[in-house]
Write a protein that binds this ligand. Sequence first.
Ligand SMILES: [Zn+2]
Length: 275
Amino acid sequence: MRSSNKPPQVDVVEQLLKTSPAIKEPVHAVHRLYNYRKALSTKPFTARGKKLIRCPKCLLGVQFCTCEHRKFLSTNISVMLIMYDDEVLKPTNSGRLIADLIPNTSAYLWSRTEPNPDMLAQLADPQYQVFLVFPEQYIGSQQAIYNQIDASVLAPDKKPLLVFLDGSWRQAIKMFRKSPYLHTLSVLSIAPSQLATYALRKGSHEFQLGTAEVAALALEAAGERENGAALTAWFDLFVESSLLGRNRRQKEIIKPIELYINNFNDAVKKAASRS
Ligand SMILES: [Zn+2]
């Protein structure tokens, strides 16, 4: 008989936290927001594959946890994630992958009526030059639109802060439309040619990119190509690990997960040598 009332999976996770220091540190803004949002929930979030025991940090199945491979990149870019409602609780959310690699990442819950004052303060902080990363077709004529951030765009004493609206596309559009404080920001819009190159490289015709994929392209557009490549490799490892956790891969097309881990480590090394 078990002496505790806790479900067995809680014990597994606690055990994992004790034995694997890698999944404790560093804790980042999305981890903290996850805990905060979870505490607000009256009932547990039920993701698909809810029987899977998940690592509380990467939200992958514990046997596919990638936390020990997580590494901060060296970058001049800061990131702000504005996350839609329970997006932060979803194991499929890829915004957290950005926070995994970009040290200066902040994360806020979006609110239509009560925007977080800390978020507004960061948007107004003079050390930053803020760019909302968003497709230009939704942007009004009063906002400056760039396809690239380089010395001609960036003021010499400013650090770029990239803002991402993290949710489905429909939710991102809603967040944009209903947030007047976003309507005065400069916009970084990924150029169609850059999107096409990305699609070609991925061999994909799906143009609904995840937030982390958009961020990888944004890093590239901001002159940090190698960091973008590292984020893409981290995203690929995440997708593959999620699919393994859901048993969604047929045996004959499984590539060893080590390949994805090696790709990521190589990309990080390459990025470090350029910075
Ligand atoms: Zn993990």
